[in-house]
Design a binder for this molecule. Structure first.
Ligand code: GRF
Length: 218
């Protein structure tokens, strides 16, 4: 099967990146991760990439006068690898509308909440404080709206009464490592597309995200 070329953008630990690397090595994800790019020089994900023999690049936002010049350099760096898909995996920079438009339909993100609830940061703490019964993670295509964009797949978890943010974050990360590779696999197989501002799976518009509980055997 044809492998798609993927560039992964990170800022930190890179556990989602690791989930992709592991599946690429196992041969269960038809992708070739051609580069990992970080805006932080000391991101541990860069070590994960090097260990796997994947090219790494640092585009340090602190070296650029403004967001536009940072994003332009990021675009040049990404495009030099000619990727089919750009995967945001814990990339902690807000991207310019020009950047997002440049990669329309080819830019995916994972967010630790049941979007559209709890956009932004500290989602675990906010969900617990609000007395939510469930939390989770969502993979979505990126549009100019922060943590907006068409939703692809979502996994829900119950919030236990004794739950604290750290324990919930760990559980959410575990399911992130399942749903992100799955969405990327669908994309690589040509089953998942973004047309206009809508996501389509197997030609059907996703009016609501796929519930991971229904597809976890894929
Ligand atoms: C994940 O929780 C993801 O949802 C969010 O950033 C975190 C990245 O974690 N966007 P890691 O660097 O993949 O371990």
């Amino acid at each position: 099967m044809r492998k798609i070329r993927v560039v992964v953008l990170i800022s930190g630990n890179g556990s989602n990146l690791q989930a992709l690397i592991d599946r690429q090595i196992a041969g269960t994800l038809p992708v070739s991760i051609c580069a990992v790019i970080s805006n932080r020089p000391n991101a541990y994900g860069l070590t994960r990439a090097s260990t796997a023999g994947i090219a790494t690049e640092v585009v340090n936002h602190q070296s650029y006068a403004d967001r536009d010049s940072f994003d332009n350099r990021l675009i040049e760096t990404i495009d030099s690898y000619k990727p089919d898909l750009i995967v945001l995996a814990g990339f902690m920079r807000i991207l310019t509308p020009e950047f997002v438009r440049h990669y329309h339909g080819k830019l995916m993100n994972i967010h630790p909440s049941l979007l559209p609830d709890y956009r932004g940061l500290n989602t675990h703490q906010r969900a617990i404080a609000a007395g939510e019964k469930h939390h989770g993670a969502t993979v979505h295509f990126v549009t100019v709206e922060l943590d907006g964009g068409p939703l692809i797949v979502q996994a829900r978890l119950p919030i236990d009464e004794t739950e604290v943010a750290a324990s919930l974050a760990r559980k959410v990360q575990d399911i992130e490592h399942q749903i992100y590779p799955l969405a990327i696999k669908w994309y690589a197989e040509g089953r998942l597309k973004m047309q206009g501002d809508k996501a389509f799976l197997d030609g059907k518009p996703l009016d609501a995200p796929i519930d991971y509980a229904e597809v976890s055997n894929e």
